[in-house]
Design a protein around this ligand. Sequence first.
Ligand code: MF3
Ligand code: CO
Length: 258
Amino acid sequence: MIAIRTEKEIDLMRQANAIVAHAHKLAATMIQPGVRTDEIDRAVEALILSEGGKPAFKGYRGYPASTCISIEEEVVHGIPGARKLQAGQVVSIDIGASYKGYFGDAAVTHACSGVDLLRVRLLDVTDLALSRAIRQARTGGHLNDIGKVIEQTAHDAGFSVVRDYVGHGIGTQMHEEPQVLNFDNRMPGPELREGMVLAIEPMLNAGTDEVRSKSDGWTVVTADGKPSAHFEHTVVVREAGGEILSWCDAPMWGDKQD
Ligand code: MF3
Ligand code: CO
């Protein structure tokens, strides 16, 4: 069963996602060489709490932080710590918050200082894949339309799609039905209906789609060590395509709504 949310519930989710967006805006200002990833995590956590939200990731299945910060070949679920950002790296920041019982979830991958052309393209294509997927979050479409356009966009650019991690429904829990695949499942899947809320989160790799988990039990890395990018928005299914609840006018996102 995929929940259909009332406009009142969607308003609460808009507020939860506004907190997530503000946190992203703050995090974006901290993406600089020499910054420790746990400094970013602490600032984000403080902001979420100051706006009356709760960090959604902290304590989730024992996860120890309020953000996931995944650098270079780290795909998702990087744990913030003493590691410092370096110029030339791609850095994914993933943030979740709850507000009055409703959840918001969004991720963006930043370029730390100057990055090479491969990385610029990887970020652009992953962001484009998300934009195109959001357009498919429309009444009367099918769930698989989302994965199909993500896979097509990745493959056209010569990138691979991570298959082991997926997007999800979101509402009164961070993870709800359905799973939102980032690839073509070759079956239409459930029909999309107005008021369904999905966290769509493509993860694209410069090389192989194969990933493995590190011994910390969380960090997911590419098997070949090549860089990976991850973008995520919380989106309501609407007639004309998805309405983004986690919209953020921070760098990497602000100039990219289409
Ligand atoms: N955006 C990620 C997800 O939807 C974040 C979860 S990380 C965890 O799965 F730490 F909370 F597990
Ligand atoms: Co998510």
